[in-house]
Design a protein around this ligand. Sequence first.
Ligand code: PHE
Length: 364
Amino acid sequence: MLEKINKIKESALREIETIKNAESLKNFEIKYLGRKSELNQILRSLSEVSEEEKRLIGPQANSLKKELEEMIEARKKVLLKKIDEFDYSLPGLIPKVGHMHPISCFMEKVEDVFVSMGFEIVSGPEIESEEYNFDLLNIPSEHPARDMWDTYYVKFPISPPTGGFAGRGQYPIKSYNSNHKSRILLRTHTSPVQLRAMETRKPPVRIIVPGRVFRHEATDAGHEKNFYQCEGFVIDRNVSLANLTSTLRIFVKRIFGEKIEIRVRPSYFPFVEPGIEVDMNCLICGGKGCSACKQSGWVEVLGAGMIHPKVLEDMSRLGKTKWNPKNYSGFAFGLGIDRFAMLYYGINDIRLFYSGDLRFVRQF
Ligand code: PHE
């Protein structure tokens, strides 16, 4: 029996070193100290052996039991220490980080298409002067055309700041004419950047201006106080309305696919002549007519036209490098980014973009 005790001890000593986790330690304990363990059988059999044997084996068996208990405790400590040595600087599960807003994703698609056609991306201030937002675009004060843009005017307690405003790339908000009583406002469209961009450039130019604009609108599924536009314009010799419509047709097909058609209607914007409005096939009904397109099969997506000669004159007058507006012509357009993005992603309410609702945002 003594021999048996020694064998148990030897095999336990060998085995304990290989134990790497709590589960196998538990199994070890069951195997060597459990009710059905060899050692337990020996201890139980002690009542049946002679006094002499009992005196010889008893202490040995009990001391093995103690040793095994100590062995298990010691191993437990080693395993716990291993956990303590865990390198907390290792990367864990991938943390949940944010992602681009659907408007930004769509804006990048738009930028990609125009950049591939040779357009340069320019931005301007979101806080604008009345002069750039209206006057220089051939929209004089008191002219009824101003009603097309419900405007937020900004009151500054001291004097209007110069530059440093939101938007990618910053321009100082300055007036070209210091006598002009120009109020400060939140730009109602991206068109003022046509003039700002031309202050430091001369034709030929191909420019797009993606950016945020503001209008004092009653909000509903199709209107927000705050939304996005992408202005685009080209000034060169012999630019024509045909160049404008073909550029827009290419753009729409690149974004929505070859099957999509555009439709051009005459319209009026004071800074273009002629002015047009462009519709495209309703993507929801495929042109058959549905509630989203008011049964017409078409949705209005942008305003455009040939840059008005008066605006070309203002551009050349304000520009650092002289050029003769009579030798050039240009087209301009203003895409409603939100409206396009709604068609693209199948969103039926513009307000969702600005709701901050995670159930919405997480779908992109
Ligand atoms: N700025 C116009 C608007 O916001 C759109 C437009 C841009 C029209 C360029 C013609 C040319 O309504």
